[in-house]
Design a protein around this ligand. Sequence first.
Ligand code: PMP
Ligand code: GLU
Length: 392
Amino acid sequence: MKDIQSSNGFMGGLTPSATLAITAAAKALKAQGVDVCSLSAGEPDFDTPEIIKQSAIKALLEGKTGYTPASGLMELKEAVAKKFVNENNVKTTPGQIIIAPGAKFSVFSAIAALCGPGDEVILPAPFWLSYEEMVKAAGAKCVIIQTKAENNYELDPAELEAAVTENTRLLVLTTPSNPTGAVYRKETLESIADIAVAKNFMVLSDEIYEKLVYDDDKPHVSIGSLNDEINDLTITVNGLSKAYAMTGWRLGYLSAPLWLAKKIGAFQSHTTSNPTTFAQYAAITALEEADAEVEKMRQAFSVRRDLIYSLISAIPGVTCVRPQGAFYLLCDISSFGLTSNEFCSRLLEEKKVAAIPCEAFAAPGKIRLSYACSEDNINEAVSRLKSFCESL
Ligand code: PMP
Ligand code: GLU
């Protein structure tokens, strides 16, 4: 008899997402009445702005409930293209835009449409854990380059150049970064762009935390904005989840060169079809009319960034780099002699604090704290974390 259960396709052998699992476990414990402080969630604690909700309700009441084209509603593609051109200085057209059910699927569909067996995908680490699994799902090979805390976790162009082979197909960049909070400098992006153009590989620029930057000297820069040559090799991904507090709506989007956008569109037409229709109408409102709400949330995150950084930096044995964007703080806890999995399990068990161990982010010895939560929660969680560290 064949052993049906042990036969895996590329996609059958993936590791479940630790971020989603830990965040769900923390929510479940809270629902049972356990006094859990969570620093695990990769989602804003804010509700979606009212103006966006009203737009979805209006679309529903108007009967916007049928299919749209698989790659998204033309009016939304036009709004996204306008956003890329006006806000990011990334040249694109509505035909190059694909709207997806979440930026996670935008990233996956780009990797799936572009990469396969024999291809190498360069991942600067620490990276968002899903990239590695997506590359495996496509049957391609991950080439991991460790970045350094003392270099603000930016990819070193010389190390990139050394890792490129004739099989290099794609580099995945995330700025601002999950989990490091690093925002890439323009000079670094220029060097990376020169290498990509010279060696002819594509760049996937995941910019989902774009609007959550906190330092005037570290503005967000899209690599695709640097020149036409690199834009022709760049897939720029973004989404509504983080900036607009719309994680549950499942809306992401990308701009790709036309030849690739066609392949991604074909892939999406056989997998998800269009993202939810009335949500797409609300996305137009979000992109065009919700700047003031986004700015209020950004300011709240900025205050929390300062708070958590100052509290954590004062704990003996824990080191971290001041994040400039997103809503994460990456902490080195290797001085305590525990793996990050052991550290986080004991922290949850003994102090009821949920944090993300970063083994799956290719950052062993590090944990990720999310400050997408109230200042009270940050104060309480960090005081428990401090007493846990003192007990070790
Ligand atoms: N990219 C990064 C770096 C992320 O942290 C996330 C978080 N979920 C995503 C993409 C995907 O977001 P979503 O699917 O909710 O749009
Ligand atoms: N991206 C968020 C995080 O890193 C949400 C969970 C996920 O999709 O991984 O926590």
